[in-house]
Design a protein around this ligand. Structure first.
Ligand code: BG6
Length: 483
């Protein structure tokens, strides 16, 4: 355990309350926080150290499923301090310095605030003498809204901290099942050979959400599902499915390979955007038996908004391994179920010896359930036992459910892992500047093509699987979504 002080910028905000404070408590419980470490909440509100402790305790009660352990809480509460700082004012950061260990000065500054404040926070840390070469700064997404704005943010941060001290979060990289993609691919010889255009027909990546916009209208409407979800989470999942074997598990080996995949994504432009993408927006509908409003009926909405709440696309990776293997991505709000998964469809057999009974045989599928009900399934055909003429085949599933297989293990929240990795100065699970900028380059081109099309998003009823056009996207290629 590396001793360092943790500075939580935006300590009273939603992310801190829901995720960061509970995750830090879990790290405390598991004994992963060094005894010397202080946790300093920083925000502009007038709050005392004691007031911050009271708020943190309330957060745990509200946002944790389990009961708070008195002894763990006592240890945790002793670490908590608060510094009142207007984050845009560099001269106020001296108040943060007063709360950290003066001899140590090894800080992890977690920016759980709007990206416009990332630069000012870094400058404030420098002004207070806290931007030492052992300090680290953690940046929440979104890093900008396009390439130009992400560069501006990265430049502002980079003016104070070199890249090796910058930790950009994509919380999907902290999820157990997303990390398991690396284990699945690089710890199993079965998949070292069966993982390219020779054996795989296509890959589907779905990140479906049940939630609507609920109170986040302002942020979401300016962003949309493409920038909010595809630019980061879906592209990160795609890169882990598609990367070449890295030479090691360290930060740059994996990130170098991810970058190569991002660079190989075929651009989607005005010429191919219509046949490769679908934009949707949820309309009113029924969800779990109750009537729910459409996007344009949500509180605080802009009634004329054409922001997409659903995006689906065919992505081609122009490299040796994936030539001719489309990756279909889809993600949306207010869909029929919360379900994130990667489905790998293997190719049909070259020759069918069971032709007498079955004209065609369904191909094998590997289903990686990212959430909920985390697990891995392989669908395969087996002979149904029995005598008689011909062979009867049946599709059955080898199903590995994580909760059953690893009964004793609690699945940690993504933020627990990412906070721990940042405190331990391990950059592997964080996004490098070139990665984030390459992802924006690819996304910007889609965004531009959509703008040029001038078409409103296609409506879909809340509680469905998205617009009909999403089904058509695959049926044009003779395929269908796995439901
Ligand atoms: C966030 C997006 O990054 O991820 C949200 O901004 C989205 O819009 C969320 O709801 C989904 O995360 P999870 O972990 O619930 O799948």
């Amino acid at each position: 355990m590396k001793p360092c002080d943790l500075l939580l910028f935006g300590a009273l905000g939603d992310l801190s309350r829901r995720k960061l404070i509970p995750s830090l408590y879990q790290l405390e419980k598991a004994g992963f926080i060094a005894p010397e470490t202080a946790i300093v909440g920083v925000a502009r509100e007038e709050v005392t150290d004691e007031g911050f402790v009271v708020q943190a305790r309330e957060n745990l009660g509200t946002f944790m499923k389990e009961a708070v352990d008195a002894a763990v809480w006592e240890r945790f509460a002793r670490r908590l301090r608060f510094a009142k700082v207007d984050l845009s004012q560099p001269d106020q950061y001296g108040r943060v310095r007063e709360k950290v260990d003066q001899s140590l000065r090894e800080t992890v500054g977690y920016c759980a605030v709007a990206p416009a404040l990332f630069g000012p926070i870094c400058r404030g840390l420098a002004a207070a003498g806290l931007a030492t070469d052992r300090a680290r700064v953690v940046l929440e997404k979104p890093i900008g809204t396009d390439l130009a704005s992400s560069r501006a943010i990265n430049d502002a941060v980079g003016a104070v901290f070199p890249e090796r001290q910058v930790y950009r979060i994509d919380h999907y990289l902290g999820k157990e099942t997303v990390l398991n993609l690396l284990a699945l691919r690089f710890a199993n010889s079965l998949f070292t050979t069966n993982w390219d255009h020779n054996t795989i027909d296509h890959v589907q990546i779905t990140v479906a959400e049940e939630v609507g916009i609920e109170g986040r209208w302002g942020y979401f409407d300016a962003s949309g599902q493409l920038r909010d979800m595809v630019q980061n989470h879906l592209l990160q999942i795609l890169t882990l499915v598609a990367i070449e074997p890295p030479t090691a598990l360290d930060g740059d080996s994996i990130r170098d390979e991810k970058l190569k995949v991002l660079r190989a994504l075929r651009p989607i432009t005005r010429d191919n955007v219509e046949e490769t993408t679908v934009r949707g927006q949820y309309a009113a509908g029924f969800f779990q038996g109750r009537q729910v409003p459409g996007y344009l009926g949500e509180e605080g909405c802009n009634p004329g908004s054409t922001t997409e709440t659903f995006a689906a696309m065919r992505v081609d990776i122009d490299n040796w391994r994936w030539a001719g293997v489309p990756f279909y991505l889809r993600t949306g709000k207010r869909l029929a179920a919360k379900r994130s998964e990667v489905v790998v469809h293997f190719k049909n057999l070259p020759h069918n010896i069971f032709q007498a009974s079955y004209r065609t045989l369904p191909a094998n599928r590997l289903i990686i359930r990212l959430q909920p009900d985390e697990g891995v399934e392989i669908e395969m055909l087996n002979k149904v036992p029995g005598l008689g003429k011909g062979v009867r085949l049946q599709r059955s599933t080898l199903d590995l459910s994580f909760t059953e297989a690893f009964k004793s293990a609690r699945i940690p929240d993504a933020y627990e892992r990412l906070l721990l990795e940042a405190m331990q100065a391990n950059q592997t699970l964080f996004i490098r500047r070139d990665e984030v900028e390459q992802a924006w380059t690819w996304i910007d081109s889609i965004q531009e093509a959509w703008r040029a099309l001038h078409e409103p998003p296609k409506p879909y009823p809340a509680g469905s699987w998205g617009p009909v056009a999403s089904t058509a996207l695959l049926s044009r290629d003779g395929r269908e979504w796995s439901e």
